[in-house]
Structures are given as structure tokens and as C-alpha cells.
Ligand binder design. Sequence first.
Ligand code: ADP
Ligand code: MG
Length: 261
Amino acid sequence: MTPLLEVEGLTKSFGGLRALDGATLAVAEGEIAGLIGPNGSGKTTLFNVVTGYERADAGDVRLRGRSISSAGPDRIFALGIGRTFQLTRIFARLSVLENMLVATQRHEGWARSVFRAAGSPAERKQALELLEFVGIAKLASLPAGNLSYGQRKLLELAYVLVADPDVILLDEPAGGVNPSLLHHIADRIRAVNAAGKTLLIVEHDMEFVMYLCGRIMVLHQGRVLTTGTPEQVQRDPAVLDAYLGGAEDEDDELDVAAVQL
Ligand code: ADP
Ligand code: MG
């Protein structure tokens, strides 16, 4: 069966730095797949290339077997790949609901949508339902800038769901989130998956990844080092080497220690 999303031989350099170096992976319809790797291993760059925010130097990205490598971000969004960003991108002065309405009108273009954030009754209803689904409907009228970091992550998740994408890429959904909200976020991601969405998650918090993902791919220096179940990845000595050998800060070591790799 053709995987829903395929990344083949992606290469991307920034000046002399090779952020992606022949990265190849596939995501099957219906799974929650994890993409892990030390800081700087190319995870966000891979997301950026897949979603059209960066153009690869070589390689291909396919959705349902069709190449989407030459499409831009809005086209790829429309084709059914939604994403969140490592650092949330919300309009701090707009209300939570208005941020959602911007998403509903994104296909009309960013600039216009910001000025038309009122939305039709049907759009407002859908937006509120999605806020309800992620658990922040009570906060709908607050300025989005007042949300906690974890609540912003939930808003971004609701925002992505507006377009009803087939595949959702989440870049560090647990990053910087208060531990009290982590379980809720994991639960909502599961619910999104149960509703038929395929997910690819980049996450630094190993416990979170291992809990959520059936299959984990490990990126190291821009290429996939290993793919396996959480148990297989945890036991793979090459993975530990990649983290400890490549560690430039203590974060990597702490994360690895947390799962006793
Ligand atoms: P990760 O998300 O795995 O931490 P990134 O994909 O963000 O890694 O970065 C991979 C490498 O590419 C890093 O060395 C980073 O500094 C570099 N890089 C990423 N984006 C850019 C950019 N726009 N310009 C220059 N270097 C970049
Ligand atoms: Mg990153």
C-alpha cells in the first residue's frame, strides 16, 4: 500500500551546513509516528520542507503517491497537510475565537483574513466546536496572548483542525508546556488520531513520544538513523550514541536519561 506521506532523499543546505542529508521516511495512513533526534538534527527543517516553507535542494515529498515538492505552503495546506510550529504562531491581540476564524479564512489570504476575523455563523460554530474539542472553549473571548504556553499549543491544534487535514505534523507539542497540561495534550492528540487523522510528531520529551507513538524514526545529522517501536528505539545503541555523541547542551542528555535509554 502507498504510504500517505513519503519523504525520499531530502537534502537541504543552509550555506555550508547540511541540515538534511538524504532523509527518507514514510508515514502510513492512520498512525501516530514520532520523529526524534538531537537538537539540530534537521527535524524542523524536514517539517518546513514537507509543508512548503523551505524548498529542498534534492529529493521528493509525496502525498498519496503524488509529488508535492514544488507546491507552496498554502497549496500544501489545502492538499491536506496541516502543521503546528515549534514556537506557536498566534495573533496575541486577537481573541482565541478570532484566531480560529483567521484559520477558517486562510484560503482567502492572510492579510485579508485578519481584517475579516468576524466569521459567518457557521464558521463561528465550527470554531467553537473545535475549541470545545481541545478543551479551551471557555477561553474563546480572551486575547490569545493571555493563554499559557500549553493553552497556545491547544489553540494551534484546534487551528490546524479547521482545514480538516489528512495528515498533521506537530512540532514539539509538549515543548515548554506545564506538566499539568501534558496529559491533556497527549489525550487530545490521541482523540485527533481516533477521529481519523494521521500524525507525525516531533518532540523532545521522550516520555511523551514513547507514550503516544506506535513507531518512531530517529533523525541524526539530517538522515534517518533508525526506525522502530518505542521499545526498539530505546534499546538501539546507535540512538544513544547519536544523542550523547551529538549533545551540544544538557537537554539532550536529560531527555535520554529520563527514558533510561
Ligand atoms: P531540529 O529541529 O532537529 O533541532 P533544525 O531543522 O531546526 O533542527 O536545524 C537543523 C540545522 O539547520 C541546525 O544546525 C540549524 O542551525 C540549521 N538551520 C535550520 N534552519 C536554518 C536557516 N533558516 N538558516 C540557517 N541555518 C538553519
Ligand atoms: Mg526543531
